[in-house]
Design a protein around this ligand. Structure first.
Ligand SMILES: [Zn+2]
Length: 259
């Protein structure tokens, strides 16, 4: 066996010392930073709706896409479990008032009632957010909502799905205007929404291929209580971890354009 020379020994010693200080290279190596992904928020207004929701929810569940539903109190009154079911399925729930009025014509007390009565029915998944009907808002609406702990959420992409019941048109409109942190306004209530649901089905793979990830509006999100095991027993997905709120973009369309 050949004896090691002093140079080799000192090299080995240097490597051992370096490992003692920093640990093996593999352990200290940080994972390569992932390319920043883009986020898109799908939002659905004017539900719950027993005609449109089942298919939409099946598609979202199959594709593991969380969305945000802005619900109406008067519809929730007929189906109080619906908000909880949406929440347990990993979606976020926002307040879209009780009866869908233009809030800018109401007194502060009436605005308060529209939000508070709805919030009471929304159950444990009620988010701290609201969307004024038609996007019609002013400082009184914002102040009353803030007094109830609700942050206003408008949108940045409005395909006017209530006027364009054509899946190809909606898919093309949304995919050509989507951007990072886009809030897409769609409807699961207010009429038949087969085209909207079909557009959602087509958009999911298109947007994923372009690097988009789907999220719920942060201020509307309520973490699921209980352990992961409990969640698994209920066969639901765990909601995403709470992250700091992002600034809510201003609407791209003039107020009063959406139903
Ligand atoms: Zn609406």
């Amino acid at each position: 066996m050949r004896k090691w020379g002093p140079a080799v020994l000192s090299a080995v010693l240097a490597v051992m010392l370096s490992l003692a200080v920093t640990g093996p290279a593999s352990a200290s190596k940080k994972p390569r930073p992932k390319a920043p992904s883009k986020i898109v928020y799908f939002t659905f207004d004017d539900g719950p709706n027993s005609m449109n929701d089942p298919r939409l929810l099946r598609i979202l569940a199959r594709e593991q896409v969380p969305a945000t539903f802005f619900v109406l109190g008067n519809l929730l009154a007929a189906d109080r479990q619906r908000a909880t079911e949406l929440w347990l399925a990993g979606h976020a729930i926002g307040n879209h008032t009780w009866a869908h009025p233009d809030l800018t014509f109401l007194s502060p007390a009436a605005i308060h009632h529209e939000f508070a009565a709805t919030q009471r029915l929304m159950g444990p998944g009620a988010g701290a957010c609201m969307r004024p009907p038609y996007g019609a808002t002013n400082s009184t609406v914002v102040d009353v909502a803030r007094g109830l702990g609700l942050k206003q959420v408008l949108w940045t992409v409005d395909p006017q799905d209530y006027a364009h019941q054509n899946a190809a048109y909606l898919t093309s409109y949304i995919s050509s205007r989507v951007h990072d942190k886009a809030i897409v306004l769609m409807h699961d209530g207010g009429g038949p929404r087969g085209a909207t649901t079909s557009a959602v089905k087509q958009l999911i793979p298109i947007l994923r291929a372009r690097g988009y990830e789907f999220r719920t509006i942060p201020s509307c999100r309520v973490p699921l209580k209980g352990s992961a095991t409990d969640a698994a027993k209920r066969k639901v997905r765990k909601p995403e971890p709470v992250v700091p709120d992002e600034p809510v973009p201003t609407p791209s369309a003039p107020a009063g354009m959406a139903p």
